[in-house]
Design a protein around this ligand. Structure first.
Ligand SMILES: *[C@@H]1O[C@H](CO)[C@@H](O)[C@H](O)[C@H]1NC(C)=O
Ligand SMILES: *[C@@H]1O[C@H](CO)[C@@H](O)[C@H](O)[C@H]1NC(C)=O
Length: 438
């Protein structure tokens, strides 16, 4: 600021000096050449033309200077506005102010390279999507794999490796206690040490779709603007190929069931839940009504993540029976260019609910026998927990509940494909809320 003024004053003084010196010169010439009036006129005209052109030159110089100064100031303001400095492991980095870090939760799986390779391959911008690998366990071989990525990722390591006291009955679930401690620490680092405003959390055994980043970028404004949303997830719990419409990769839903497995949250949510973060089973804890507070997540028809890890804390059977069949999207959808306002609660709760309850109801038997006369979407009604479970089993859907919410459910409604037909498994139209005892 001060320096800019100084330059301006210098430029003005210079102009003034040129102006004054020419007048003095003009005055002198008047005396010296007064004998020949024709000559004098000619000289005067020449001189005044000189002065004018010099003045113009200086005017344009000053204008240039001013424009330069303004441009420099704007640039600086813009840079300050759009970049943030982050100190990680005592080193300074600069990221976009709207950066969404991808926090990879790691422990002792060297196969994390498969996950990191994909994250780096599909990453559209380093400034916008810093990758932070948070490692628990101090497993050296895994640390070395992560370090081999050098400055493409930031490695942070959970310092508290102390034994965790676990109630005797839960001894075999000790891993879940360690995971909860690690998540809590990693998210605290992300939001309170590094000061990011939002983050995408994934685990080290996930593949990602080519439009993984685009999906989160496109849905970010929804998460930011709709207080009834608290997460965006890349995962469809019923995402097996025969249960989804793979030709509709752009299709998104709201769900009351927290899916995890590649999910985005804001710092505001972390502010709210970090102080009461549980010692274990954090994902089922977060699904409880006290935490969820009737909020929903966005989830896709076709998953943007797929787990490749068989060995983990949760047993391999779940992987073999279910997880490994989830279909990973392969087509890039330009979510940031799509109109996603249909997902805002005020629109969705009118349009989606109206659509579902305007459909003809059928039974599972009719669906299976293919005796329905038309090709359009239908609804299967359920009224009790057992009815839901029985139908879900028949249809190949996940049949479990958490805090009364079925997987992928929104207002109790589960959407899926059966024999190429869109079907909604839906409760009574006068549904009034989940029953946590289900
Ligand atoms: C995160 O940091 C806050 C503030 O320092 C602290 O109260 C909280 O216990 C920490 N949470 C976890 C899960 O580490
Ligand atoms: C987005 O879609 C909604 C309908 O869901 C429509 O009312 C709105 O005008 C659209 N916005 C734009 C910018 O096209």
């Amino acid at each position: 600021m001060r320096r800019n003024h100084y330059i301006l004053i210098c430029a003005l003084s210079l102009t003034l000096w040129v102006f004054v010196s020419h007048y003095i010169f003009l005055g002198r010439t008047n005396f010296d050449f007064s004998t020949n009036s024709e000559n004098v006129d000619k000289k005067l005209n020449e001189l005044s033309a000189d002065i004018n052109s010099e003045l113009e030159l200086h005017d344009s110089m000053i204008e240039n200077l001013q424009q330069n100064i303004i441009a420099k100031r704007r640039e600086k303001e813009k840079a300050e506005h759009e970049r943030m400095q982050v100190v990680i492991n005592n080193e300074k980095f600069h990221y976009s102010n709207s950066a969404i870090p991808v926090v990879v939760i790691a422990c002792n799986r060297v196969s994390i390279s498969r996950c990191l390779d994909m994250l780096i391959k599909h990453r559209p911008s380093v400034e916008k999507f810093p990758i932070i690998v948070s490692q628990d366990c101090n497993h050296e071989a895994t640390t070395n794999v992560i370090k081999s990525y050098q400055n493409q990722v930031h490695l942070i390591q959970q310092p508290d490796q102390s034994e965790i006291s676990v109630p005797p009955k839960e001894k075999k679930f000790k891993g879940y206690f360690k995971i909860a401690r690690h998540y809590g620490w990693a998210l605290n680092q992300t939001f309170y040490e590094f000061n990011f405003n939002s983050a995408i959390i994934i685990e080290d055994d996930l593949d990602i779709a080519p439009d993984f980043y685009e999906y989160f970028l496109g849905t970010y404004p929804l998460l930011k603007n709709d207080p009834s949303l608290w997460c965006v997830s890349a995962w469809n719990d019923n995402g097996k190929p025969n249960l989804i419409d793979t030709r509709s990769p752009e299709l998104l839903y709201r769900t009351d069931f927290f899916p995890g497995l590649g999910w985005m949250l804001t710092k505001d949510l972390w502010d709210e839940i970090s102080t009461k973060w549980p010692r274990s089973y954090w994902d089922d804890w977060i699904r409880q009504p006290e935490q969820r507070k009737d909020r929903s997540c966005i989830r896709p028809e076709v998953s943007r993540t797929r787990t490749f890890g068989k060995i983990g804390v949760s047993n391999g059977m779940y992987f073999d029976k279910h997880l490994k069949f989830i279909h990973l999207n392969s087509e890039f959808v330009p979510f940031t260019k799509l109109n996603l306002t249909y997902l805002l609660r005020e629109n969705y709760d009118v349009e989606y609910v109206k659509l579902v309850y305007s459909l003809p109801t059928v039974t599972y038997e009719e669906l299976k026998m293919n005796t329905i006369q038309h090709n359009g979407a239908v609804r299967i009604a359920y009224y009790t927990k057992d009815q839901f479970r029985r139908n879900a089993k028949f249809l190949g859907l996940m049949d479990d509940f958490r805090s009364g919410v079925p997987r992928t459910g929104y207002r109790g409604i589960v959407s899926f494909i059966f024999n190429s037909r869109r079907v909604f498994l839906a409760p009574h139209p006068s549904w009034r809320g989940y029953d946590p005892t289900w």
